[in-house]
Ligand binder design. Structure first.
Ligand code: FPP
Length: 258
């Protein structure tokens, strides 16, 4: 049981083409973890791991787009990450800028649309500027949605949704009976997105760390020991291959989902 949840191999057993021809998850969400350990193992400063992790973001974005993934949500900075050393936080806040200034032309060429979810207003001005530019310049693109969770925390997201719904009820715009699951989903930052089909977390950690707690209710999980900077196309394909073997029942019986 545990083995099924926690996969260590990352070489697809079947041919790649067969996996790519199979059902591809529409929305893949990734908790990119292990940058610090990747760097420490090489006697490098932690920020070197984050920088390498940025290159993996490029690689996986390109590949996800190529194989027909519709939404790729990447956990780039959590609301809890502010407690890291100041220099590391500053570096992490510069990374979206570096990534976008380097790869924006490529994202545009590949028809990728950049989005962000999280507390945007609390980001440093320079980060806001870079992200806003990328959002604006890719807003008409119709390919992969590259959704960065930046300064994101799921509990805060849910608190905001509850407050907005309460205010609507107080103003008489919404009746208490109208507070449904759909209503709550529509008040989250992902309201315009399909829910993730597949969640990946790298580096051997098996927890959600305040990531998309509502949205992951029926998502398939796949964990790997691979550290994020080492994560590659073969790893993604293996995750998808495992996903294709899963039987998503949404709480019903197998025959009902067929
Ligand atoms: C967790 O690894 C990773 C982060 C907190 C940052 C993730 C950021 C990137 C992968 C780069 C983002 C790039 C863009 C374009 C925004 P960790 O530092 O906790 O690793 P550790 O657990 O090994 O210490």
């Amino acid at each position: 049981m545990f083995k099924k949840l926690f996969t260590q191999k990352h070489t697809p057993i079947e041919g790649d083409e067969q996996i790519i021809a199979g059902p591809i998850p529409e929305h893949i969400a990734i908790i990119m973890d292990g940058n610090g350990r990747w760097a420490t193992k090489r006697a490098l400063p932690r920020i070197a791991g984050h920088h390498e992790g940025m290159k993996t973001v490029r690689k996986i974005t390109r590949y996800a787009n190529d194989i027909g993934v519709k939404v790729l949500t990447l956990y780039a900075f959590s609301t809890e990450n502010w407690s890291r050393p100041k220099k590391e936080v500053e570096f992490l806040m510069r990374l979206p800028e570096e990534f976008l200034s380097t790869y924006l032309p490529e994202l545009i060429e590949k028809n990728v649309q950049v989005q962000i979810m999280g507390d945007f207003d609390s980001l440093p001005q320079h980060t806001q500027r870079a992200v806003k530019r990328a959002i604006d310049e890719t807003s008409h693109n119709t390919g992969l949605i590259l959704n960065f969770a930046l300064n994101y925390g799921s509990r805060t997201e849910i608190v905001h949704a509850v407050k907005a719904i309460t205010q609507a009820v107080q103003k008489g715009e919404l009746a208490a009976e109208d507070i449904t699951e759909q209503c709550i989903s529509e008040h989250l930052m992902t309201k315009h997105l399909v829910e993730p089909d597949l969640l990946i977390r790298t580096s051997g950690e098996v927890r959600l760390s305040n990531f998309m707690l509502w949205q992951l209710a029926y998502t398939e999980f796949w964990f790997t020991d691979v550290l994020w900077p080492d994560f590659d196309e073969a790893c993604l394909l293996e995750a998808i291959q495992v996903y294709q073997t899963r039987n998503r029942r949404y709480g019903g019986l197998e025959e009902q989902t067929k």
